[in-house]
Design a protein around this ligand. Structure first.
Ligand SMILES: [Zn+2]
Length: 486
């Protein structure tokens, strides 16, 4: 019968065709899902063993003799059977690229995770140890070596704890703890800058509740994105959160502190009822895009608090918001993982001959430092910046965890940049981790550059060319499209 002979012929051909397709086609989602998602997390103590140490975060150096609370590197490794990624968040103000490169290389040699699949960021606590020269703080050489080893160890330890896991994400909201710190002042207000340029049109950190305040010069980002990692049976392993808040401060003088980042980790462990698990649950708070965002409510006069009290209050409130999101997370037993990094060259706002002449004269008049006066502090920065190259490499990265996108910048990134990336990203949700994989100072938008103010004042903490932000944002969006297509 014709029908039967046709089907007899068709069967072997269809088998061959199908087999041929399967042999050459990329892996199907069904095949990938036969693989197991595994995760591991670690907390590695990076509190200095010897004192005194230099602590940066202000224009003057601070010598400190103790730690109020421990500093840590908090690591998370995810492995979906094809791709492994590592994320480490370190209690540091900013970490220069050579430290991170050394740590990534060591960890890569031990674990086999490609260095380019590792994201290492600083929380931006302003009460940690100086590891890069900024303003009048000089790096602690011995601690820099210690930090390289400990960051590498945080990845190696997390990788050694890989177990079958599930992941999920959600976005919480907290507009109560974030305030834009750049303000337009009332007509007639006299803005002061350390270059005597007289061109500023905004002021950073004006007195709270002042009658001179007109309006903030930018928005806030209230989002609290949360990535939850659990064992297959629902035991909390790690929670990575992100919030666009510079830091809180209010630590007693003379002590190191992990600021609200460390306190958040302790408080979220209680919220998710992590208990005394071994290995321990690891809470992680990463910094979002907070160059122009802090915890000072400028709309009302300031309130006096006990040391560490405000840190505890903010951590509790943000942990509540993260936990609110956590409770509605839907988990995935397997997800796509991808990581891409790119390096772009960006111009440097080098001082010209007149800038240098003025700076040298100011320093000659001021005598040897340390300096208290801003004109002298910035004159010193001008002289130091004259040795910078005309262009610097800037490393950017995008990571995909299922439909969640994470991008990183090595800059103190403005909140507008984060909001724009979230809006245009092909992945939902997306968040930005700033001060990652290196340190290249503030990244104001073109508009914020035109307004001037502290974050734009040329120093080793703010030197990228005016057009840098658009290039960084464009590259990050391209990287997000790359990982989204994987
Ligand atoms: Zn800062």
């Amino acid at each position: 019968m014709p029908l039967k002979s046709t089907s007899r012929l068709w069967l072997p051909i269809s088998f061959l065709v199908l087999f041929g397709i399967l042999a050459t086609a990329p892996r199907s989602p069904a095949q990938d899902r036969e693989k197991i998602l595994r995760a591991g997390a670690s907390v590695v103590d990076i509190t200095p063993r010897t004192y005194p140490v230099s602590s940066n975060g202000g224009m003057s150096d601070r010598s400190v003799g103790k730690a109020h609370d421990p500093l840590n590197a908090r690591g998370l490794v995810l492995d979906n059977g094809s791709v492994r990624i590592a994320i480490v968040v370190v209690d540091s103000c900013m970490i220069p690229r050579d430290i991170i490169d050394a740590a990534r290389e060591r960890a890569s040699n031990s674990t086999g995770i490609p260095a380019g699949n590792m994201l290492v960021s600083a929380t931006h606590a302003h009460s940690a140890v100086t590891v890069g020269g900024v303003f009048q703080s000089e790096p602690e050489a011995a601690y820099r070596e210690f930090l390289k080893e400990r960051i590498a160890h945080s990845i190696v330890e997390a990788a050694s704890r890989l177990e079958a896991a599930r992941v999920g994400w959600a976005v919480g909201n907290n507009a109560r703890q974030v305030f834009n710190r750049r303000w337009f002042m009332r007509p007639g207000y006299r803005y002061v800058d350390p270059f005597d340029a007289g061109t500023d049109r905004v002021r950073m950190n004006p007195p709270p509740g002042s009658s001179q305040l007109l309006a903030p010069a930018g928005p806030i980002d209230p989002e609290v994105p949360v990535l939850s990692v659990q064992s297959r049976d629902g035991r909390p392993l790690a929670l990575l959160a992100n919030y666009s808040l510079h830091y809180v401060g209010g630590v007693a003088p003379g002590g190191l502190s992990a600021d609200y980042f460390g306190e958040f980790a302790r408080q979220i462990a209680q919220r998710v009822r992590a208990g005394e698990a071994d290995p321990p649950f690891v809470g992680i708070m990463s910094n979002g895009t907070s160059a122009d965002i802090n915890n000072i409510n400028f709309f009302e006069p300031g309130v006096r608090r006990q040391p560490f009290e405000q840190i505890r209050r903010v951590a509790a409130d943000v942990a509540d918001s993260a936990h609110h999101a956590y409770r509605r997370i839907e988990y995935h037993d397997w997800v796509h993982l991808a990581s891409r990094q790119a390096e772009i060259e960006l111009g440097v706002r080098l001082p010209d001959r007149n800038d240098l002449e003025r700076a040298r004269k100011i320093l000659a008049d001021a005598g040897p430092g340390p300096y208290r006066e801003r004109r002298a502090i910035y004159a010193r920065e001008t002289v130091l910046l004259a040795d910078y190259p005309a262009r610097v490499p800037v490393r950017l990265q995008a990571i995909r965890i299922g439909d969640l996108g994470i991008v990183s910048t090595p800059c103190e990134t403005f909140v507008e940049t984060g909001i724009a990336i979230k809006k245009e990203s092909p992945l939902r949700p997306t968040f930005v981790i700033e001060l990652a994989n290196g340190y290249n100072g503030y990244l104001p938008t073109v508009r914020q550059h035109s307004l001037g103010g502290y974050e734009t004042w040329r120093a080793r903490s703010s030197y990228l060319a005016v057009e840098a932000e658009a290039k960084v944002r464009g590259t990050l969006l391209r990287l997000l499209h790359d990982v989204a297509g994987n």
